[in-house]
Design a protein around this ligand. Sequence first.
Ligand code: BQF
Length: 290
Amino acid sequence: MQLIDGNAIAESIIEELTKEVGALPGKKPVIAVIRVGEDPASVSYVRKKEKTAARIGIGSRMHILPEDVSKEDLFAQIDALNADPDVNGILIQAPLPNHIDETETFNRVLPGKDVDGFNTINIGKLCQEDSSGFVACTPAGIVQLIERSGIETQGKHVVVLGRSQIVGKPAALLMVRKAVSGNATVTICHSRTQDLPSITRQADVLIAAIGRPNFVTGDMVKEGVAVIDVGINRVVDESRKSGYRLVGDVDFEAVSQKASHITPVPGGVGPMTVAMLMHNTLRAFKASQS
Ligand code: BQF
């Protein structure tokens, strides 16, 4: 069994980006981050992104808005960043408070600055296999993990567990693309799928993004499966200083005994999400310079 080291793969991408940014002759890329409220997970994700940007030489501009910000004020902030030629990428940290519609907010960002790839235009481009768009960072990170671990997808059965706009759907589109790290036969299943284990057991590659701790058990996979665990679930753990620990959507103990490859949580897909955000920001910068 090969443990896929997402930290190490993310580090090598960060190194590649650092070299490229270091070699830029003039201006450096800049990402603007909007965080609404003080959700502890959002605070921690944003901090990780700022730190990683700083290491690479990407500038970041933080905009922290109160939990009860009006849609008008939030959109005015986005509009100002859209119009600012010094801002290359705009990130709106999810989750947003309930009174703000996420899709509408993501669509307010100019497609060329939508480094999260959440915008209708960028999702449409992914669907059309138009590589000029931005691909959402987590699915893009999954592709990198697969490529850099030598996992074959051509002609294989990739089962995606989860149908979210941000992970499941774009991951399925990437896997079915006419591309070396694509050309798969793809099945998307979800919480309403009948006899789910009979489908997951057919997977040569299983991408688990259903958002339930330890959901995929040993009897749900076949021998030799490659498993990408996208889940980041907080479960209570009194023995930890924080009072919780992170577990994936996959029962790692059991599934790792059958898998050819598996990603851990933490240290699997998570760090790749951040690395691909930086990759997209550099791309947005380069596009703005040409
Ligand atoms: C790790 C995210 C759900 C909802 C909104 C490294 C991250 C996480 C884990 C991280 C995520 C998840 C991010 C690890 C960003 C990934 O070591 O395993 C990094 O920062 N992520 C986010 O911004 O919004 C989310 C998950």
